[in-house]
Design a protein around this ligand. Sequence first.
Ligand code: KIV
Ligand code: ZN
Length: 386
Amino acid sequence: MDSNKVHIFDTTLRDGEQVPGCQLNAWEKIEIAKQLEKMGVDIIEAGFPVSSPGDFQSVTQLAKTIKDSTICALSRAVEKDIVVAAEAVVHAKRPRIHTGIGTSDSHVFDKLRLTREQVLERAAFAVKTAKKYVEDVEFYAEDAGRTDNEFLARVCEVAVANGATVLNIPDTTGYCLPSEYGEKIKYLRENVKGVEKAILSTHCHNDLGLATANSVSGVMNGARQIECTINGIGERAGNTSMEEVVMIMKQHSSLDYFSNVKTELLCETSKMVSELMHMPVQPNKAIVGSNAFAHSSGIHQDGVIKNRETYEIIDPKIVGAQDSSIVLTARSGRAALAYRFQKINVKLSKDELNSAYSLFLTHADKKKQLNNDDLQVILNELSIRV
Ligand code: KIV
Ligand code: ZN
């Protein structure tokens, strides 16, 4: 196994689908799963089968349909959950059960009302039970981000001793700083007996906008699986977004990490998930937002027209985006206007461009953005025939 390969675990259909209004029917789930498989996603978390008969059905169908990606089902550390998850993935070519329990003081003492010893017993029981059904068992320590490292290491040790193949360290509340989260992964790598038998996984929420930074910090400290979603959707402020982590690895090739994801399918997949989940993508979203490759201020436009790389670190083609765009607003300069006229095969003399630019500013102050029809109006008003 290549030690620098980072496994991509997509949880759009589980953590993402928990978002109010984002629920999908079985057909929609299958369409998204097929797209994730086509992209080269290593593991698809298909759902939480015990949560509803509908979810059980969708996970079952996905398990029968998807062949190249591992199909993972979520469960709590509860026998019934695990048995139902096992039933749902029984037909999968590569099945995985994802089971676990809360480990922070607030989860252990307030939510679960258990002792730490009882949590260790439940963790052991959950992994052992899941192992009866599948070889590939991922264990999650919910709220690991706020769990003290010593206890977290004990829980992870128990999980590995009982056969966990992946140790998921969720920053469930999105609380950690990147340095803190990275230290946590490093601590576990250095202090969990048997840790080399399992892959450490990041699962970061975005409550402070740090999900991507934390995931990358986790990888730089030894994690080799990132849990993420398309467009960063997920509980509350969302999860780590797949497009961001995949492109960070690609653009920073000196880090030497890589994933199997076909990046040229990122924009197409983002659009598909956004449409099926009725969840618009913010225009300034990194990588897949509609403004990610749009340039609107005069200074930037002049630079991009001369050399795209002046203001773009990613070639839009690599992520399947349309070409970079020069947007015409009241902040645009002459270079941008000339460029857009050229794009519609209109070459203006210096004087014509100056007149067109004055008129353009008058229009642009009234209308936020000008399109090719507006350019034609300007030509007509100046009586320029082309
Ligand atoms: O955020 C979280 O802790 C989770 C777990 C169930 C893995 O989603
Ligand atoms: Zn989560």
